[in-house]
Design a protein around this ligand. Sequence first.
Ligand code: F6R
Length: 366
Amino acid sequence: EKGGYDHFMLKEIHEQPNAIKDTYRGRLLANEGIIRMAGIDDNIEKFLNANRIIIVACGTSWHAGLVAEYIFEDIARIPVEVEYASEFRYRNPIITDNDVVIAISQSGETADTLAAIKLAKANGAFVFGVCNVVGSTIARETDAGAYTHAGPEIGVASTKAFTTQITVLSLMALKLAKQKGAISNSIFHYHLQELELIPEKVKKALQSDAHIKIVADIYKDATNCLYLGRGYNFPVALEGALKLKEISYIHAEGYPAAEMKHGPIALIDEQMPVFVIATKKGHYEKVVSNIQEIKSRKGKIIAIVTEGDIDVRNLADHVIEVPDTIESLTPLLTTIPLQLLSYHIAVMLNKNVDQPRNLAKSVTVE
Ligand code: F6R
């Protein structure tokens, strides 16, 4: 059942190249320059006329929502708010019939997300679901949706659900960007081609496993860790920290790298491992200067970098490479080493990787 792997989590991490392919199969027609998604086509006016998109989710799915906020705003130029479903539902939020709500849920059963959907519907919003489990409650309660098609995710720590959610949301943003005329045909085509290359690049990122295991062994006894990223990779920092917390029980925090100097930098000393996503895109130079700040305070730096990077390699204690891609798709690659790292640390610490204490795969009570 675990396909030769020691744990479901490891199996599911390695399934990601195929899971992402399954997600875009039949939807992404890169050569023709078409994205086919019936749930969007059938409701295109709702999306194009939306004042804004409100994304509701919990946990890892909320992190996928944060990545989507960057891509929807950056590429499709649609305003997006990302809300914890549990906060949204009790906040007396302002919702109108010009709002589109996207609910993201692997299980499709999360109580708070379901309640947020009901509230949004009662106020006239159009609700679109991004679920993995076919026929789940959230899939049924939403007005339309798109499945992630990741296959069953058994490990409590979400892995392939996250990357396939980002894949679906990227397809949606690209499709809407094209329909709105927010991006040129050539940029649209370029994005489709790059997305099609992602599964092979994820495979390549997975090949760093042996090196990641060595890094895991060095830092497995840390009591605190920081994860930093900017832009599209800020949510990846949050997700990396969550993965470490939930399966290894090591305290970890994710921050936007620039927030360091507003407090967390006080934590840095020679005991503190800092995982920094420093791919050669977007805010690269700024991340490099954040790394310098950590280094001058003697923090240990483990950087996720683009293949061939030299500048960060010269500063960091360890680097883990991922292949190059366009900025909006980097989260699909930078997440991989952080998943593997958490996995190996949890195994080395003898934790119950697939069923961490106090956690359940679907949270059907609030
Ligand atoms: C983290 C994790 C949880 C879930 C959260 C939402 O690894 O598994 O944080 O992401 O409970 O669950 P879904 O996506 O099923 O609504």
